[in-house]
Design a protein around this ligand. Structure first.
Ligand code: 9Z3
Length: 312
């Protein structure tokens, strides 16, 4: 399918690679090579929303709602499950470990006396646990950031290609909220759109479906999990199944905008029935996050996939 439809190739011909691309690819390459030598599993976790700029010198852009909660929390659980993680995320969106500090006032957490500066007593346990986890995992975590849709797709392609060296040890977890529409670089005005031109009409092009080349060409041996976001419950399972049938990857996780933090459905090419993960009230009381259960579930599926695909 990817070979027949050249639209994804044209996208990369028409939209320039991001600044710092080669430096990032080198970091990713080294990370994957080291992991492959140690036979470690690596999860690529994509996270946050892509922007679609309206001008080349960008003053305005179309954005996406995602804060990166799914991706940043899942990255932590993959690390806890023994994976190394490439965290491909929207710049300034939530990040693993640091997400727990968002909205907290660091100055209120610190006690200052004339001869000492220390974490206040009531924050020591929480911050200590967090710092310990961060320090334990930081060498297994590679952070790469993007802003625009085009930057994201360039980095996704390159990361998937570098992960080929890992064969079935690689898992791709595509949680970023990726725009379906964009303005090709050649159709974007160079300078700020002036209001003196009157009301603005935009014509957006469809983004080529990158899952097709991703599955068949860029990461043919990896275990690939994509997300399907809907707002209409009646479409969720059908649309998730359609995605699986169309791209022939391994798992589609369907979620609804309003219930995504407590309920997801997993569809898998090997089983006819969807599996549901739903947080109970006791899970919620105990601070269990749905991503903990998603990663736990995927780890079992990836174990099976690895056992079926490893060559020696
Ligand atoms: C998701 O569905 C993610 O679960 C969310 C997470 C973006 C809903 P938050 O960051 O939200 O925790 O606030 N991601 C995939 C969204 C997407 O763009 N999917 C495409 C589609 O639905 C297919 S790849 O068509």
């Amino acid at each position: 399918m990817a070979l027949e439809d050249p639209s994804w190739k044209i996208f990369f011909e028409e939209n320039p690679m991001p600044i710092g691309f080669h430096e990032n690819v080198n970091l990713i390459k080294e990370f994957c090579q080291q992991a492959a030598m140690k036979k470690n599993r690596v999860a690529l976790v994509t996270s946050g929303g892509t922007t679609v700029p309206l001008e080349q010198n960008t003053v305005r852009f179309i954005d996406n709602f995602s804060a990166g909660t799914r991706g940043s929390s899942s990255a932590e659980y993959f690390l806890e499950a023994g994976y190394q993680v490439i965290f491909l995320h929207r710049s300034k969106s939530l990040e693993p470990y640091f997400r727990h500090l968002v909205g907290k006032n660091i100055f209120e957490m610190i006690e200052v006396s004339p001869d000492n500066v220390a974490v206040g007593k009531k924050h020591q346990l929480e911050l200590g646990k967090l710092a310990e986890k961060y320090q334990r995992h930081r060498c297994d975590l590679l952070m790469i950031s993007f802003s625009t849709l085009s930057d994201y797709l360039w980095l996704l392609q390159a990361t998937a290609q570098q992960m080929q060296i890992l064969g079935p040890l690689a898992l791709l977890y595509l949680a970023a909220a990726v725009s379906d529409f964009y303005i090709p670089a050649s159709q974007m005005p160079c300078h700020k759109i002036q209001s003196s031109g009157g009301p603005l009409s935009l014509s957006l092009q469809l983004v080529p479906k990158m899952l097709a080349p991703l599955v068949t060409l860029w990461a043919p041996n990896a275990f690939i999990v994509s997300f399907k976001l809907e707002t209409n419950e009646t479409l969720l399972e059908t649309k998730s199944n359609e995605a699986l049938l169309k791209y022939h990857h391994h798992v589609v996780i369907g979620n609804l905008l309003n219930s995504r933090k407590v309920h997801v459905v997993l569809v898998d090419s090997n089983s006819p029935n969807a599996e549901e993960i739903r947080l109970s009230s006791s899970d919620l009381e105990n601070g269990i996050e749905i991503e903990f259960k998603i990663v736990e579930n995927l780890k079992i599926r990836h174990d099976q996939y690895y056992a079926d695909h490893k060559t020696g």
